[in-house]
Design a protein around this ligand. Structure first.
Ligand code: ZN
Length: 278
């Protein structure tokens, strides 16, 4: 597969996969999701690769799903024509592809700067280790537009349930230092040192015996499963689908359909919350 929306490079046992739509803040369109999935499978299959680094080119790691992903010619926001079509589409394209990262047999380190929002948070949250720049912002504002969070409810596992509730009930993001204090990221480094600090950590992990690392990851992930991780994610996916089909979300999206510029819709969505933000 030839990549148009990501960069892929292998050197010294480390595969670097970079989201490469900087002018869209690495918003994830379908091409990016499929290319990322292909690149990660490639890294998993490459015997030279010990560790995978997942990052984003430009100011942000990823601002979420590209909302144009959903836009149809009639101006409605969803590609799938009905509940069953959306369930299938989001299951295959979002949910399964994210969990494939979690299940990769090699360690994945997220290198996160700027916006890490909604589906961007899903991607970073699927990685084993997160190195954050001091300007990183972790958030999920989609409840503001009537959705029940994103497809993967990683938030309580990342931030603890109370902080996750506040984040989701207000739509306000969490900064890098607070994410560190909550145990949601491994370390925070100055933005200009992000790449070298992430690489240095990746190099250390790459020196470890690979099968032992693989089995340790497998066991840690199964520990999470015994705590209910995968079952909880699975249950939330269906709730997320219900929220896609409510009258409440339709009323909010009807406003979007009337907007000529989707950017304006997002600005309007966030405006009432901007002043309240402390
Ligand atoms: Zn969805």
């Amino acid at each position: 597969m030839e990549y148009k929306t990501i960069l892929y490079d292998v050197a010294d046992g480390i595969a670097k996969v970079m989201l490469n739509r900087p002018s869209q803040r690495n918003a994830q369109n379908e091409a990016l999701i499929l290319e990322l999935d292909d690149a990660l499978a490639r890294a998993a299959a490459d015997e030279q690769v010990r560790v995978i680094v997942l990052g984003g080119i430009g100011a942000s790691f990823s601002s979420g799903h590209d909302m144009r992903l959903y836009k149809r010619e009639d101006g409605s926001l969803y590609r799938a024509p009905n509940v069953e079509g959306r369930w299938d589409y989001e299951r295959k394209t979002f949910y399964d592809k994210c969990l494939a990262i979690w299940d990769l047999p090699k360690p994945v380190i997220a290198q996160v700067q700027g916006h890490c929002l909604s589906a961007g948070l899903m991607l970073a949250g699927m990685c084993d280790i997160i190195v954050a720049a001091d300007d990183a912002q972790f958030g999920d504002p989609v409840v503001r537009m009537g959705a029940a969070s994103v497809e993967l409810l990683l938030h309580p596992w990342l931030f603890g349930v109370r902080r996750a509730k506040e984040m989701l009930f207000t739509g306000d993001p969490i900064g890098a230092q607070e994410a560190l204090a909550l145990g949601a990221v491994n370390r925070v480094v100055p933005r200009e040192r992000l790449e070298e600090e992430t690489l240095a950590l990746a190099q250390r992990v790459a020196k470890m015996p690979p099968f032992a690392v693989r089995m340790t990851k497998y066991s840690l992930n199964r520990t999470m499963d015994f705590m209910g991780f995968r079952n909880a994610l699975n249950a939330h996916f269906d709730v997320h689908q219900v929220a896609h089909a409510t009258s409440e979300i339709q009323a909010l999206l009807d406003r979007a359909r009337q907007e000529k510029e989707f950017k304006q819709f997002l600005a309007d969505r966030d405006a009432p919350f901007r002043e309240a933000k402390g």
